[in-house]
Structures are given as C-alpha cells and as structure tokens.
Design a protein around this ligand. Sequence first.
Ligand SMILES: Cc1cc2nc3c(=O)[nH]c(=O)nc-3n(C[C@H](O)[C@H](O)[C@H](O)COP(=O)(O)OP(=O)(O)OC[C@H]3O[C@@H](n4cnc5c(N)ncnc54)[C@H](O)[C@@H]3O)c2cc1C
Length: 422
Amino acid sequence: MADARSSNGKSILVIGGGVAGLTTAIEAAEAGCQVILVEKSPFLGGRAVSFSLYFPKLCPPTCGFEINFRRIKNNPRITVLTQAELTSLTGAAGDYEATVKVAPRFVSEACTLCGDCAKACPVERPDDFNFGESKTKAAYLPHNMTYPAAYVIDRSVCPAGCKACVEACPYGAIDLNQGAQQKTFHVAAVVVATGWAPYDASKISNLGFGRFPNVVTNVMLERMAAVNGPTGGKILRPSDGKEPASIAFVQCAGSRDENHLPYCSSVCCSASLKHSTYIRSLYPDAQVTIFYIDVRTPGLLEDFRAKVATNGHLKLVKGKVGKIGEDPQTHDLWVTVEDVLAGRKTTQRFSLVVLATGMVPQTEGLPQGLPRDEFGFVTDGAPGFIGAGCVKRPEDVASSVRDATGAALKALQSAVRSAHHG
Ligand SMILES: Cc1cc2nc3c(=O)[nH]c(=O)nc-3n(C[C@H](O)[C@H](O)[C@H](O)COP(=O)(O)OP(=O)(O)OC[C@H]3O[C@@H](n4cnc5c(N)ncnc54)[C@H](O)[C@@H]3O)c2cc1C
C-alpha cells in the first residue's frame, strides 16, 4: 500500500487531469505535497488539448500545456496514473483510503513514438478524440501532444492472436499480456476536477443534429479546424467535403432551455466568436451569421467580442433558432429564426450550421454523496472534498486555472491539518 507522506503532511488525490486537475496537482506538489493524479483517458490535458486555438489570445493549446507537462515530468512528488479510475474511497476527511484501478496501456515508457506499431497494425477503430469523424489503428497515439508520450493499444478491436505491433516495435515496448492493476493510497483530501462533456445535440430534435449531415456541433468544429484533426485543419461540409460558403452558428443550442440545460454555459458565445475567426482565416469571403439570445462575453472577453465583431463578413442576429430543415438535394440547411430586432420571422439558407451546445458536468464514477447543485455540478461543502474547474461550474480556461489554484491551497490545508492530527 502506498502512503507517500509529504514533507508537510499526507498526500492528496486529484481526480481528472484536465487543465483544472493539472493545475491543482502542480501547485500542490510544488508547495511540497505528494499528489496522486488520476485520469481516466490515456492522456492528460482534458478537453482543452483538443482545441485548435484558445480565446481570447488565439494561441494553440501547446502554449500552456507544454510548460505544465514539463513541470509534471520534473516533479517527483506527482504520481500520474492514466487510464485510471477511483473504484473505492473509505475513511473520512484527513484520512481516506482510495483504491484506483489502472487499465493496461500495453505500451511501456520505452516507446519512442516511432509509430512502427501503428504502421504494422491491421485494424482500425473510430477516433473518439475526433468524435468518430476519423479512424485510428488499434495501436494509436491519441493526439500529437499526448502526455505521457506513448502509444496505446485498444485491445478490444485486436484480431485474436495478432502480434503485428509486438513484432514491429524495435524497442520491445509492447506487452500484450499486461493486466489491470489495483493501487491503494492514503490521502488527506480529494480534489474532484472531472470537468465537462458536451451536451448531446441529438436530444434537440428541432435542430436536426444526427439527421442532417451538415449540422455539426461546436466541439466537432474545433477538431475540423485543428491541423491534427480529421480534415487536416480545413472546415468542410461533412455531406460532400466542400468548403462552406455560408455558416450559421446557433447559440444556446439546448442551453437556457428548461427541456435541456436550464443554465448558461458562459463560454459558448466566446467559442463561436473564436470559431468565426477560424472561418475568416480559411475562407475570407464566407458569410458567417451568429444567431444569439444575448451575447455573453463577461469581463475581459468583451474586448475579444469587440475585436472579432469588426469582421465585415460576420453578422450577429438576435433571435432564438426555432427550427432547422434540410434541402435533400444539396444538403443545404434552412434556418428559421424570430429576428427580435427586425421584429419578423425569417428563414435563411446556409451551407453549414454549427450548434453551440453547452457543457454538462462529468460526475460518473465519483464517490456517492458528493454534494451537487440542481444541475449536477459539484458544490463545495463535504469535508475533505474540493471541487475544481468545470465540474463545479461552466467556465473558461483562465477561470478554471484560478479555481484550481484555490483548490490546491484548500487541499494543502487538509494535508497539513491531517499531519498535525496523526
Ligand atoms: C466549444 C468550446 C470551446 C472552448 N474554447 C475555449 C477557449 O478557446 N478558451 C478558453 O479559455 N476556454 C474554452 N472553453 C472552456 C474549456 O474547455 C474549459 O475551461 C476547460 O476544459 C476546463 O478544464 P477542466 O479541467 O475543468 O475540465 P476538462 O477539460 O473536461 O478535463 C477533465 C478531465 O477529467 C477527466 N475525467 C473525467 N471523469 C473522470 C473520472 N471519473 N476519473 C478520472 N478522470 C476523469 C477527463 O478525461 C478530462 O481529462 C471552451 C469550451 C467549449 C464548450
């Protein structure tokens, strides 16, 4: 059983390795605390590593993440467990026993990212990082910024008896017999930083997602715009692979709606404004229309809105979209909206529609009894549990980082307190 004590107290457990969990882990470890960082996917970074660029600076995610990955790599106080999930938590604040199940990666640290395993691999699987819009081999690198930097084998799709990747690997880094591991830790506090998932757009039946190929979501658009994405950085119509001439963004798709998500996800307006800059740089003459209820760009993001809105090809129309239909011949979309300022209902034709769907807290697999608000977001209040980032409320990266830094301080206090008490 691991019980690595810090110089100033017990360890802390951080669940979720997105920008919030990474921040808490790094800040707490750099202050002298032992940290166990548990991430369920094969890589750290969470949703933000999948973005093409970040608002408001419009820089690529490599900017911040490279530095953070280096800080983690150089800090012996952080134990990183990927493909890992908490399976049980017993005890009380200051003295928890946490059991974590770590699924096998089948590839060791000897991996040099040469890619020979993927070249030799005979089978493909849908690439969940690209929302199934492309495929990877069963031996795959989730994305080009993957940390820990090693390939992964998806054994669920491997043909029986196949050893092609093992034979192709020049470094002996692949062991297909690896099994799952169970690890137990004593920790003083648990930081929950499990983030968000996009709202399921197929539930918004009037907006046509899943029925009309050229209706996509904001997170899918992020992947299209990314150079390492399914279309190599080009925003293309899924129906025919053509460049779109006119694009509509539907704000609050399912948000601020009692039938779906009653709350505002706070970042979707800034995200769509950012997306309009992607389109502008790819296709300077394309017409972009953002249909909104209110443009919510709080604080410093007002400057970002003002800067982006100067683009002559961008139209902002106040009105909630009621319906999307499709021309079955061309797969163009008909968008019907009540134009509030013009005082009339209009139906306009677009070649691509992007639904700005909101954020849903990810709380699956978390300990029972964790306090939540009426929408499922984790709230503070249970001793020994500290929330950080978007699992607490929808917010941007800068706010998640600030929140997670505060969470690190609270976790450190628990660790120090527990050391004084035993
Ligand atoms: C379309 C869109 C575009 C955006 N663009 C921007 C932008 O340009 N700039 C900006 O500042 N913000 C942007 N945001 C907001 C940004 O995505 C969030 O601020 C950020 O992802 C919050 O990080 P997080 O760590 O809280 O959550 P996440 O990024 O969701 O990370 C959570 C991590 O926890 C892991 N996890 C989940 N459950 C478990 C579990 N049970 N056990 C272990 N691990 C688990 C997940 O795999 C994930 O790695 C955008 C949001 C949207 C919707």
